[in-house]
Design a protein around this ligand. Structure first.
Ligand SMILES: [Zn+2]
Length: 302
C-alpha cells in the first residue's frame, strides 16, 4: 500500500461536519451597510439555483450535510427546503434575516429564532434542532443565547468562531464541542480552527477556503483529525459558487476583495474537499461529540 493511501484511510476514519449557510448574495454581513434590508425584495434571488448546484455536488460525492438556512430564504423557497430534506440533508436555522445575535436583546433573539424555526418547519415538514448564529455572533456578550436555545429545545448550536477576527470571534471559547450550560445537554460545536505556531488559525471555510490554496485546508483538516482527534466543521455559502452574481460596487474595497476572489474556482475546490475527507450532517456530529465535550471549569456563558 502506498503511503498516500494509508494517509487517506487514516483521515477518513473521522466523519467531519459539512455545512452550508443558506443566504443570498445580498444578505452577507460585509454588505450590510450598503444594501438596505428594505431593498432585499427588489433584488434578484440566486439562492435556489446555487443550492441546486450544491445538492448535485453533494449527490455526486455521496455526502450529506446541514443547510443552516435563513427564515427569510425559506419563506420564499419552500420547495427548495423540501428538496434539501428529501435528499437526506439536515435543515437547520440560521436565524430569520441575518441580524447578529450580539445586536439583539434576549427577547428579540427569542422572537428571531422562533419565527425562523416556524417558517423552516412549515416549509419542510421536519423538526429543526440545530442553529447557527449569523456571522458566528454568539460570544461572551450573549450569555442568554444558549439559555434561550436550550429552553426552546435545540439540540445543538454551531455559532462560535473561537478566534480573533475583525468581524467576529470569541477567542476564549474552546476549539471543540462544549456544553455551555450546566443544566442542559445543549452542545456548541465551534467552527474549525487549526493550531500553527501556538496560534489558532481560522480553518473552517468561508473566505479562507476560497482565497487560500486548497492545500491549506487539507493540511488543517488533517491536523484536526489526526492531532486533535476531532472532527472538523466546515462551512460555505451558496453565493461562493456563483461567479455571475451582481457586483456590489459601493462596498468597501476590503469587503469586495474578500467576497469576489476565486468564485470561479470554488466549485472545483469543494469537489476536491468533499471527495478527500469523510463528511456528514451536523446533527449527527453533535450527537457524537456530546459524548466527549471539552470539560468546562466554570459555566463560561454565565
Ligand atoms: Zn450567514
Amino acid at each position: 500500500m502506498e503511503a498516500s493511501d494509508t494517509e487517506k484511510i487514516t483521515s477518513r476514519q473521522i466523519v467531519n461536519g459539512l455545512s452550508v449557510d443558506v443566504e443570498d448574495w445580498f444578505q452577507v454581513g460585509a454588505f450590510e451597510n450598503v444594501i438596505k434590508r428594505d431593498d432585499w425584495d427588489s433584488l434578484s434571488l440566486r439562492v435556489e439555483d446555487n443550492v441546486s448546484r450544491i445538492l448535485d455536488l453533494f449527490a455526486a460525492a455521496d455526502v450529506t450535510a446541514t443547510f443552516f438556512t435563513l427564515g427569510w430564504v425559506a419563506k420564499r423557497n419552500s420547495a427548495l427546503m423540501r428538496r434539501i430534506v428529501e435528499a437526506g440533508h439536515e435543515l437547520a436555522s440560521h436565524g430569520y434575516d441575518h441580524a447578529r445575535v450580539f445586536k439583539f436583546t434576549r427577547s428579540e433573539f427569542a422572537e428571531d429564532i422562533t419565527t425562523a424555526r416556524k417558517v423552516l418547519e412549515d416549509a419542510a415538514g421536519v423538526r429543526i434542532t440545530g442553529y447557527r448564529a449569523p456571522s458566528f455572533s454568539i460570544d461572551s456578550r450573549t450569555p442568554w443565547a444558549y439559555m434561550e436555545l436550550a429552553e426552546q429545545g435545540y439540540a445543538y448550536s454551531s455559532s462560535v468562531a473561537p478566534i480573533a477576527h475583525d468581524h467576529y470571534g470569541w477567542k476564549e471559547a474552546p476549539r471543540f464541542a462544549f456544553k455551555p450550560l450546566p443544566w442542559s445537554d445543549l452542545v456548541e460545536i465551534p467552527v474549525t480552527t487549526a493550531m500553527f505556531g501556538g496560534k489558532r488559525l481560522a480553518a473552517g471555510g468561508g473566505g479562507f477556503f476560497r482565497v487560500l490554496p486548497y492545500a491549506f485546508s487539507r493540511w488543517a483538516i488533517r491536523q484536526v483529525n489526526r492531532t486533535d482527534k476531532r472532527p472538523a466543521v466546515f462551512y460555505f455559502h451558496p453565493w461562493e459558487i456563483d461567479p455571475k452574481q451582481p457586483r456590489v460596487g459601493n462596498a468597501p474595497m476590503r469587503s469586495r476583495l474578500r467576497h469576489y476572489t476565486n468564485l470561479d474556482k470554488m466549485a472545483a475546490k469543494l469537489g476536491d474537499l468533499v471527495h478527500e475527507f469523510a463528511w456528514g450532517r451536523m446533527d449527527m456530529l453533535a450527537h457524537r461529540e456530546a459524548q466527549n465535550p471539552v470539560e468546562m471549569s466554570t459555566d463560561i456563558a454565565a
